[in-house]
Design a protein around this ligand. Structure first.
Ligand code: CA
Length: 232
């Protein structure tokens, strides 16, 4: 397998150095840059497989960088957030980031998250899924295509995985913890709210009226389920 390239955007040299060391030890090719403008230039030049993105950067912040990256494609992004505030985590996810890591973190956690995000971004996912159609929504997991009313909908790897998990058992209600476990490969209770952010993004992309979901249904007191044809 070719070596994967990770672009690390972090203005604190010590932190960047430790991340580089651990990722390289795990077999990744690593590029580091310390500000947002340079990050976007390197992103265009290197076409990395994943971007590790600090939120607090000199000049353009990490959210802005994430917005630019999402305007160009679906490269997985993991945000590094210094503050343990729900708002900061959810802002990144709302912009399409795939995951976030709260500082201070252990370098081994970073390596594990990079691995997990790349695994679910890859085509060799472990979810086997038939083609599924609910009303206007078509999900073709094998070809990694989602269409609504015949129009292709662009999803991030995380959004696709979440939809694929729900579509694997249409009508079944999943708890947030079950979803986060299936989507991320591990479950932490503090991360349950991230599922809400991903569901919100999916609704924006899939639902004719995101405030009155037709496909991504809330099951009160439990979590979420995908609609079935019989839901009308
Ligand atoms: Ca910083």
């Amino acid at each position: 397998m070719p070596r994967r390239t990770v672009l690390v955007v972090e203005d604190e040299p010590e932190i960047a150095g430790v991340i580089r060391q651990y990722l390289e030890r795990d077999g990744y090719r690593v590029a580091v840059c310390g500000d947002g403008a340079q990050a976007l230039a390197e992103y265009g030049r290197l076409r990395p497989d994943l971007v590790l993105l600090d939120v607090l950067l000199p000049g353009m912040d990490g959210y802005e960088v994430c917005r630019h990256i999402r305007a160009h494609g679906r490269t997985p992004v993991i945000m590094l957030t210094a503050r343990d505030e729900e708002h900061d985590k959810l802002t990144g996810l709302a912009l399409g980031a795939d995951d976030y890591i709260t500082k201070p973190f252990s370098p081994r956690e970073v390596v594990a998250r990079v691995r997990a995000v790349l695994r679910r971004a890859g085509n060799g996912g472990d979810t086997v899924l038939p083609r599924l159609r609910v009303h206007d929504l078509e999900i073709d997991a094998e070809r990694h295509v989602v269409r609504r009313g015949g129009e292709t909908v662009a999803l991030t790897p995380t959004e696709f995985k979440l939809l694929a998990v729900l579509a694997g058992s249409p009508g079944r209600a999943f708890t947030r913890l079950q979803l986060i476990d299936q989507v991320q490969g591990f479950a932490f209770e503090g991360y349950e709210r991230t599922i809400d952010a991903h569901v919100k993004n999916l609704r924006q992309k899939l639902e004719p009226d995101p405030r009155r979901p037709r496909y991504m249904l809330t099951v009160h007191g439990i979590g979420y389920r995908l609609a079935e044809e019989s839901d009308g």
